[in-house]
Ligand binder design. Structure first.
Ligand code: PLP
Length: 447
């Protein structure tokens, strides 16, 4: 009725809706039927029409500790009162140093030099620039090419879309930076595997082929998500990442893990590197680093990379790396990150997330056999259901399922042929029951 329609808009006019060009959204559909969120607490959003909506993707993989955390709000408020902004170039503020040292204990041993960015995309491009500059610094300036992977996602900047492997993100934007791609590890023989598949480690050998083709003397780095999130929750086959790391090491190629989704607990470990027992040369993080409250990203580097820049760098007042963002190490983001790490540690949320893994696995795989379900995958606390394409409209079914979920009070992510669910680390088992059984109902309603 009219009143419900009006309340759905939360007072936002059509002109206001039209004025915002929304990111990664079907703008035309959204503006006809907006899905507005007006508040959030713990695992739930409140929609403009007053419903409680379970947060089935922890924001955008950001908010594992749940919403409305007063510890973070207080830290942010206090920081704004005390030092709201400070220049990060040639001047500093204490919290970035405290945070950097603290983060180094969250990273695998040795990745103890932290470069701050404002987002995951900036972390991706920063890591690629550091890789190229590192080799140039070592007198190996021909090492400039990058290897990414099909279905990989490394944000939306030019470096990131070049190494990324999602065609829709890349195809419209013209030339990027020179990059080649390993095949995706999403194999038909692994459909409906629980957790990490047995098949697929052999795909790491493609890196040898690419090295033969381009020569290691021309390759700067390999960049991969340990678990490919945006590509549809694709866990690495057993042994795959280990083999990639071995090959990189044997050929003097840097290995970058993009852990923007997997960092800080999503896999039930501090990092994907820890989850899979592989130590890369750099790790990119963002999202969960501040529980999503304030934008922030970071690149954690092996000390040897940092040291290479510090050596023979001219007078000591001279820049060692001409790179950085106005919002690198923003004091308010640092305060939010420190408060987030406190929560993750004090409430043992990484351990709690780890405990949810079998619960999520069991619930999501119960959906096997429902109409049009072509695959189900899970990795850590991330899970995904893929759908057979509807005739002529391959993206339709995930959209229909997500909209049906929204009307039942659940927010889930849809994209490509997949619906993804990655609940907050604080989710209760009955909430997992609710979301996966609602998902089953919505799939059963597909026509
Ligand atoms: N890298 C990975 C693995 C991501 O999942 C994302 C975002 O989803 C990004 C990079 C980009 O991060 P941002 O959107 O903060 O730029």
């Amino acid at each position: 009725d009219q009143e419900t329609t009006a309340s759905k808009y939360a007072g936002v006019t059509q002109a206001q809706l039209d004025a915002h060009w929304m990111p990664y959204s079907g703008n035309r559909q959204f503006k006809q039927d907006p899905r507005l969120l007006v508040a959030a607490k713990d695992c739930f959003y409140t929609s403009a029409d007053g419903r409680q909506i379970f947060d089935g993707l922890s924001g955008l993989w950001t908010t594992g500790a749940g919403h409305g955390r007063s510890e973070i709000a207080n830290a942010v408020a206090a920081q704004i009162q005390q030092l709201d902004y400070s220049p990060g170039f040639q001047f500093g503020q204490p919290k970035s140093f405290i945070l950097a040292e603290r983060l180094s204990h969250w990273m695998p041993p040795g990745l103890n030099r932290i470069f701050f960015t404002g987002s995951g995309s900036e972390a991706a491009d920063t890591s690629l620039k550091i890789a190229r500059a590192y080799w140039r610094k070592l007198g190996k300036g021909t090492k400039t090419k990058f290897i990414g992977r099909a279905k990989g996602y490394h944000g939306v900047n030019f470096g990131g879309i070049s190494v990324g492997g999602l065609p829709a993100n890349r195809a419209w934007y013209g030339a990027g930076i020179e990059s080649y791609h390993l095949a995706s590890t999403l194999l038909p023989e692994n459909r409906f595997t629980r957790g990490e598949p047995e098949q697929g480690a052999h795909l790491a050998e493609q890196l040898i082929d690419l090295i033969q083709l381009h020569d290691a003397s021309n390759i700067a780095a390999v960049i991969l998500e340990p678990m490919a999130g945006s590509g549809g929750v694709i866990p690495p086959p057993k042994g795959y990442l280990q083999r990639i790391a071995e090959i990189c090491q044997a050929h003097d190629i840097l290995l970058i893990f993009d852990e923007v989704i997997t960092g800080f607990g999503r896999l039930g470990y501090k990092t994907g590197a820890e989850a899979y027992g592989v130590v890369p040369d750099m790790i990119n993080v963002a999202k969960q680093i501040t529980n999503g409250v304030i934008p922030m990203g970071a690149v954690a580097c092996k000390q040897g990379i940092y040291d290479a820049f510090m050596e023979d760098a001219g007078p000591d007042y001279q820049l060692e790396l001409p790179h950085g963002y106005t919002y690198s190490a923003h004091p308010v983001a640092c305060a939010a990150a420190l408060a987030t790490l406190d929560i993750l540690e004090q409430e043992q949320l990484i351990e709690r997330a780890h405990g949810l893994i079998p619960e999520i696995e069991q619930r999501v795989h119960q959906l096997q056999g429902l109409p049009y379900v072509s695959d189900i995958r899970n990795s850590g606390t991330a899970s995904a259901v893929s759908f057979e394409p509807a005739p002529g409209e391959p993206l339709l079914r995930p959209y229909q399922v997500a909209m049906a979920m929204w009307s039942k009070g659940f927010y889930v992510r849809y994209g490509g042929d997949t619906v993804a669910i990655a609940p907050p680390f604080i989710a209760e088992l009955n909430q997992l029951d609710d979301i996966y059984s609602a998902l089953g109902d919505c799939i059963a309603e597909l026509t």
